[in-house]
Write a protein that binds this ligand. Structure first.
Ligand code: DQA
Length: 144
């Protein structure tokens, strides 16, 4: 099972970026932990991608037709990007949206997700564990 993990803008700054909100964990730490966690499942192959550029994320989604599932943290694009939503709808690959923080209890502009409409579900607020919970749910969804 091929799973693409996409991280959007400023998530490459984790560890440095607003540690009081996002903690000290780096994106590399998250990716390493997810690789370890994925060993609990049969035949899971992870690919990681990070970009600060909306169009690059759109192209990556378009070029992922060989993938069985996507885990995406669109970061700030969650709240603005109809282009990423349209790309997810175009490829129809089962996708889970993740957030480190609980976007529903933060600023009002973070409470609206454009991208969720192209996803099977959302995991929000469990810091790095959001990614693991997303993999668990996505794996079972694809296998059903
Ligand atoms: C985030 C939440 C977004 O609102 C924010 O713009 C981010 C990170 C999260 O993982 O909590 O960059 O997606």
């Amino acid at each position: 099972m091929k799973i693409l993990v996409i991280n959007g803008p400023n998530l490459n700054m984790l560890g440095i970026r607003e540690p009081e909100i996002y903690g000290r964990v780096t994106l590399l730490d998250i990716e390493k932990e997810l690789i370890e966690y994925s060993k609990n499942f049969k035949d899971v192959e992870l690919e990681f991608y990070q970009s600060n550029i909306e169009g690059e994320i759109v192209s990556k989604i378009q070029n992922s037709m060989d993938k069985d599932g996507i885990i995406i943290n669109p970061a700030a694009y969650t709240h603005t990007s109809i282009a990423i939503l349209d790309a997810l709808k175009a490829v129809k690959i089962p996708t889970v949206e993740v957030h480190l923080t609980n976007v529903n209890s933060r600023d009002s502009f973070r409470q609206k997700s454009y991208t969720i409409e192209g996803c099977i579900g959302q995991v929000s607020g469990f810091k790095k564990d959001s990614y693991k919970m997303a993999l668990f749910g996505l794996y079972n969804y694809i296998n059903e």
